[in-house]
Design a protein around this ligand. Structure first.
Ligand SMILES: Cc1cc2nc3c(=O)[nH]c(=O)nc-3n(C[C@H](O)[C@H](O)[C@H](O)COP(=O)(O)OP(=O)(O)OC[C@H]3O[C@@H](n4cnc5c(N)ncnc54)[C@H](O)[C@@H]3O)c2cc1C
Length: 376
C-alpha cells in the first residue's frame, strides 16, 4: 500500500516509524512543509505516566525519550501574594524540538527519510496514494480538502507561547492583577536550563494593553515586565510566539474515503491539561494497530481506528474543554482567597474525586482544610 503522511510533527513522525517498523511492505512517504529542525513553541509537559503507554509496545522509543525528560512532583499556584503547593501530582517535560529529533532518530532506524520543505495542497495531496494521513496540525490541508464535518470554536482569551532561560522547580501557574487587568502564566522547565512560559490574558486586558498592535518582540518585553518578579528579570524568548486564541477543533467524521486525520488535525485539547502530544502519539499507535488488523482493506481499517479510539479521545477532550472553560473565567476565580482558588483550580476538569485527591496530595488537602475556615 502507498501511504502518504502529511505533517512531520509528533503524530506524523511516530506513525511513519510504527508503520515502517511493522514491515508490512507499505511504501511510506512523509512530507513536512518546514525545513528539518524548524518548529514552533518550546517545551511540552506530560503527566508523570504520560509515556507509560509507550513502555510495553515500544520500549526502545520509551527508553530513548524518558531519560531526556525533566521530572517533578508538585504543582504550585501563585495567587494574591501567596504560593500554594499541590503535592504528589507528578509531571515530565521535554523540549518540543528535542522530542521531534528523537522521533526522527527512531525513523532513521527503519529507513524512512522524511521529505522536508515539501507542501501539498488540494487534490495534489491525494494523487498517487492509497491512504492519506492528515497529521498536519491545527491548520490541516488534508482536512480542508475533504468534508470531515469540522467545527472550530475559538476561545476568547489570548495566549502567547514564550520561553525563558530559567528553570522553574515545579509546574507553576502565576496569576497577576495589574491596574489594567488580569494575566496568568503557565510555566515549567523542559530542560535543565530552559522553561516554557505561556502568557494568557482575558480579552479586556489584552485590549487595554494594546497587544493587538504589537509584534512578538514588544509583546515579549512587556510580558517580561509584567511577570518580572517570577522571571527574576530574565527576558522572555520568542519562537513563533504571536498572540493566538485557542481553537477547540472537532470533526464529525475521522475519515473521508481514503483520507484520515490524526493528532491536532483531528481535534485539539486545551494546553492547560498537557495532553495534545500524548493524544497525537496515541492516535498513531491506534491507527497503526487498525491497519495491521485490517490488512489492505483501508475502509475497514479507518472504521476500526475510529470505533476503537473515539471513546477515549472524547473523554479526554471533555476534561480539556472543562479545563479551558475554567481558564476562560480565570479573572472571576481570582476573587477567591488562595486556598479556595487552588481547590477550584484542581477540580476544574471535573475529574477529581476528593477522596482520591486526599491520597494523592495529602499535604495540599490538609493545608486546604486548615485554611478553609480562616479564608471563609
Ligand atoms: C501553547 C501550547 C502549549 C502546548 N503545550 C502542550 C503540552 O504541554 N503538552 C502536550 O502534550 N501538548 C501541548 N500542546 C499541544 C501540542 O503542541 C499538540 O497537540 C501536538 O503538537 C500535536 O501534534 P501533531 O503532530 O498532531 O501536530 P503539529 O505538532 O502541529 O505538527 C503538524 C506538522 O504538519 C506540518 N504541516 C502542516 N501543513 C502541512 C502541509 N500542507 N504539508 C506538509 N506539512 C504540513 C506542520 O509544519 C507541522 O510540522 C500545546 C499546544 C499549544 C498551542
Amino acid at each position: 500500500m502507498r501511504i502518504r503522511i502529511v505533517g512531520g510533527g509528533p503524530a506524523g513522525l511516530y506513525l511513519a516509524y510504527l508503520l515502517a517498523r511493522r514491515s508490512a511492505g507499505h511504501a511510506i512517504e512523509l512530507v513536512e512543509q518546514n525545513r528539518k529542525g524548524a518548529t514552533f513553541g518550546f517545551g511540552v509537559v506530560f503527566s508523570d505516566q504520560a509515556l507509560g503507554f509507550l513502555k510495553d509496545d515500544d520500549p526502545e522509543t520509551h527508553d530513548l525519550i524518558a531519560p531526556e525528560m525533566e521530572r517533578w512532583r508538585d504543582l504550585t499556584l501563585n495567587h494574591a501574594g501567596e504560593t500554594v503547593r499541590v503535592d504528589g501530582i507528578g509531571f515530565a517535560a521535554i523540549g518540543r524540538r528535542r522530542l521531534l529529533e528523537l522521533l526522527e532518530r527512531r525513523l532513521e532506524t527503519v529507513g524512512v527519510v522524511p521529505r522536508y520543505e515539501a507542501r501539498f495542497e488540494g487534490e495534489a495531496l491525494f494523487d498517487g496514494a492509497d491512504l492519506i494521513v492528515g497529521a498536519d496540525g491545527v491548520n490541516s490541508s488534508v482536512r480542508a480538502a475533504r468534508d470531515f464535518g469540522t467545527t472550530v470554536e475559538e476561545l476568547a482569551n489570548r495566549f502567547a507561547w514564550f520561553g525563558v532561560d530559567r528553570p522553574f522547580d515545579a509546574l507553576t501557574q502565576t496569576f497577576i492583577r495589574t491596574a489594567r487587568g488580569t494575566f496568568n502564566a503557565h510555566h515549567y522547565r523542559f530542560s535543565p536550563t530552559h522553561s516554557t512560559f505561556i502568557v494568557e490574558a482575558d480579552p479586556t486586558t489584552f485590549a487595554a494593553y494594546g497587544f493587538e498592535e504589537m509584534g512578538e518582540d514588544r509583546s515579549a518585553a512587556l510580558c517580561g515586565e509584567i511577570f518580572a518578579e517570577v522571571l527574576q528579570g530574565r527576558p522572555l524568548l520568542c519562537n513563533k510566539s504571536h498572540w493566538r486564541r485557542f481553537p477547540k477543533l472537532k470533526n464529525a467524521r475521522w475519515s473521508v474515503g481514503n483520507a484520515v486525520l490524526i493528532g491536532d488535525a483531528l481535534r485539539t485539547a486545551h494546553f492547560s491539561i498537557g495532553s495534545g502530544t500524548r493524544l497525537a502519539l496515541e492516535d498513531a499507535i491506534a491507527l497503526d494497530a487498525a491497519l495491521a488488523e485490517a490488512g489492505e482493506d483501508v475502509a475497514a481499517a479507518l472504521a476500526l481506528f475510529e470505533a476503537r479510539r473515539r471513546p477515549a479521545v472524547e473523554k479526554l477532550v471533555a476534561a480539556a474543554d472543562a479545563s479551558a472553560a475554567w481558564y476562560e473565567d480565570f479573572p472571576a476565580h481570582m476573587e477567591l482567597a488562595p486556598y479556595a482558588f487552588a481547590w477550584s483550580y484542581i477540580c476544574r476538569s471535573g475529574r477529581v474525586d476528593p477522596d482520591r485527591l486526599a491520597k494523592l496530595a495529602p499535604g495540599f488537602v490538609s493545608a486546604y482544610r486548615a485554611h478553609a475556615g480562616a479564608e471563609a
